[in-house]
Ligand binder design. Structure first.
Ligand SMILES: Nc1ncnc2c1ncn2[C@@H]1O[C@H](COP(=O)(O)OP(=O)(O)OP(=O)(O)O)[C@@H](O)[C@H]1O
Ligand SMILES: [Mg+2]
Length: 606
């Protein structure tokens, strides 16, 4: 081989060697990269265990112990409430796989800034200790970590926040180098994000639980409030009922007084006269008066009873009639004429007592409205449409201003009593309670009114009973008409709008031989006085149109003649009216035959 050939051979060999060693290096780097990537993949896989903290932590620790040469590794998380690091998972040579620590013992809690892990957690920077025996940052705990010689502690950072630390240790010094640190730099971010996701999920669950608890608490509170509301509404309905009964009481007492007066008077007449015809008539009067008293008492009782809501199939016309019996005399006294127009109605399902209360509230309002205009007409119209039974109650009062039309249904809205500018007391609850009652029957309460032209209230109740269940309406209340027989002694005028009382008094006077003329109203009495000379006038105080007192003043009596005897239920109003009427006498209902003859004797002597 020539020298040139030898030189060429050497050069070629060197090139081969360089090429080989580059190849070996590249290959080693590739193996390391593949290793790194497989670790990254395993750590990434642990993300799929979110939200299970145990699985996430154990998967991380198992990856580290499998892929990095360590003798012990642990994962600690920061507890922001307690301001400490808590051990969550670890592995040591004596274990086959990672152990999760579920407890809450202070033994596994470390203060931030205490020991190597505490410092890393606080400052967010890694610490590598190559030989613990010559590094004062390492605190040796007897029977625990004295075998550790190398320590690598990495912060786990999700963004700016440190969520925990990862500790790797070995019993040999200088066990961890650049490679391990580089590898851990790559994976700690992912670990931190996995942990952060778990914590966020746990927070969300806690918020959800709190929300669920709150919703449950709120629902319970709402239920309690609803129950209280139902109780209050029932109490309100009952007290409204009681208030309505208060309003009725005067009228009912007056009605009873009249009935008692007739019963007592005719019974006495029958005893006195010993006339079979008179006895027969007296018994008839007593019977029909007792019948009416019975109906009124029954209606009043059923109305005042606090009943559980009881819906039955009933006739709405009858319900209205029962309500009207309680109040019609009272209404008529206020110069209000009741006009009824009832269609034949099928039965409707409703709570009779509650719906009667609604009728009464509306009728009492109409009466108040018309009382201010000194009388009018109350029209009660009952009819059906395809879907509803309709009760229409109209008055000819002053009506309701347009801007108040919806307000009147609000609780406590009133134009009466201390709240309004009216003398009539009012709480402003009648209509709001009525709306509640009608709506609880799936019905509607409507109002129509033009100021100055009265008001119409319409109650609609759904018809839900077959049309063939029709029931005839109750006929109106019949009047009693009695006959007179006469013998003469004094010339007496009897004035009363109640047929029964007028007739009774006439009979009582006629029994003693007096000549009796009757008048049904104050006006009639005034004109009777113009064409007749009466010795004595018996006159009711409360009469529609001209009252007894007004008619007394109108008669312009000369020298106290004729004598006037007022017939009264003697309530507070009557007493006031009689206070300054000179020379007037007074008898109280119910009166007895003896009282009438005594007063006649006295007045005729004077
Ligand atoms: N028929 C009517 N005509 C004119 N105004 C009426 C009529 N009915 C009701 N109102 C008005 O509606 C208001 C509210 O009536 P609501 O029955 O609720 O209470 P109230 O009658 O004032 O008091 P209460 O609680 O004693 O019934 C009345 O104050 C009155 O101004
Ligand atoms: Mg009212």
């Amino acid at each position: 081989m020539s020298l040139d050939d030898f030189r060429d051979h050497i050069i070629k060999d060197k090139k081969n060697y360089l090429f080989h060693s580059t190849l070996v290096n590249t290959n080693m780097q590739l193996v390391r990269k593949i290793h790194e990537l497989s670790i990254v993949k395993r750590i990434n896989d642990s993300l799929k265990f979110v939200p299970d903290l145990k699985k996430v932590c154990c998967s991380i620790i198992d990856t580290i112990k499998d892929e990095i040469n360590v003798k012990f590794c642990s994962l600690m998380v920061i507890d922001n409430e307690k301001h400490c690091l808590t051990l969550k998972a670890y592995w040591s040579q004596s274990e086959s796989k990672a152990i999760f620590y579920e407890g809450n013992s202070p033994h596994y809690e470390f203060k931030l800034d205490e020991g190597v892990a505490g410092k890393v957690a606080k400052e967010g920077k890694p610490i590598l200790i190559n030989d613990t025996s010559s590094d004062e940052r390492f605190v040796c705990i007897p029977n625990n970590n004295q075998h550790i010689k190398s320590l690598l502690c990495m912060p786990l950072q999700a963004g700016e926040e440190t969520v925990g630390v990862l500790n790797l240790s070995h019993e040999n010094p200088n066990a961890f180098g650049k490679d391990e640190k580089h590898l851990l730099d790559m994976i700690t971010n992912q670990i931190a994000i996995a942990l952060k996701n778990v914590f966020l999920f746990q927070e969300m669950q806690a918020i959800n639980r709190t929300l669920e608890n709150r919703v449950q608490e709120r629902t319970q509170k709402l239920e309690d409030m609803n129950n209280t509301l139902i109780q209050t509404r029932d109490q309100l309905i009952h007290s409204e009922k009681m208030a309505a009964i208060g309003t009725l009481a005067g009228g009912v007492a007056h009605e009873f007084n009249n009935l008692l007066c007739m019963i007592q008077g005719y019974a006495e007449l029958a005893l006195q006269k010993n006339d079979p015809q008179m006895s027969q008539k007296a018994l008839n009067v007593v019977l029909s008066a007792s019948e009416r008293a019975k109906t009124i008492a029954k209606n009043l009782l059923s109305f005042s009873k606090r009943t559980e809501s009881k819906r039955v199939a009933a006739n709405i016309c009858e319900a209205m009639e029962e309500t009207l019996t309680l109040i019609e005399r009272d209404i008529e006294k206020d110069n209000i004429v009741i006009v009824r127009k009832y269609e034949e109605m099928p039965e409707v399902i409703f709570d009779v007592s509650l719906i009667q209360q609604v009728f009464l509230n509306i009728i009492i309002n109409a009466r108040h409205a018309m009382n201010n205009s000194k009388g009018g007409t109350l029209s009660v119209n009952i009819y059906k449409t395809d879907a509803d039974a309709v009760v229409e109650i109209s008055d000819t009062g002053p009506g309701i201003k347009k801007e108040l039309l919806q307000k009147i249904f609000e609780p406590f809205f009133t134009t009466k009593g201390v709240w309004g500018d009216d003398d009539v007391p009012g709480t402003g609850l009648g209509l709001s309670v009525s709306v509640g009652v009608v709506e609880s029957h799936n019905g509607k309460l409507e109002v129509e009114s033009v100021e100055g032209q009265g008001a119409t209230f319409r109650i609609r109740l759904p018809l839900n009973v077959p049309a063939d269940a029709e029931i005839a309406c109750k006929p109106g209340v019949s009047d009693n008409k009695f006959l007179n027989t006469a013998t003469r002694k004094a010339n007496v005028l009897v004035v009363d709008d109640e047929d029964g009382i007028r007739e009774l008094l006439s009979e009582m006077l006629k029994i003693s031989g007096h000549v009796v003329t009757t008048a049904m109203s104050g006006q009639e009495a005034v004109s009777a006085c113009k064409s007749n000379e009466f010795d004595i006038i018996f006159m009711d105080i409360m009469m529609p149109g001209m009252s007894g007192v007004e008619s007394f003043k109108e008669m312009k009596l000369q020298n106290g003649k004729p004598k006037v005897v007022f017939i009264t239920g003697l309530n507070f109003d009557d007493q006031n009216r009689l206070m300054d009427l000179e020379g007037a006498e007074c008898i109280k209902k119910p009166f007895k035959l003896s009282e009438i003859s005594n007063i006649m004797k006295r007045l005729l002597k004077a």
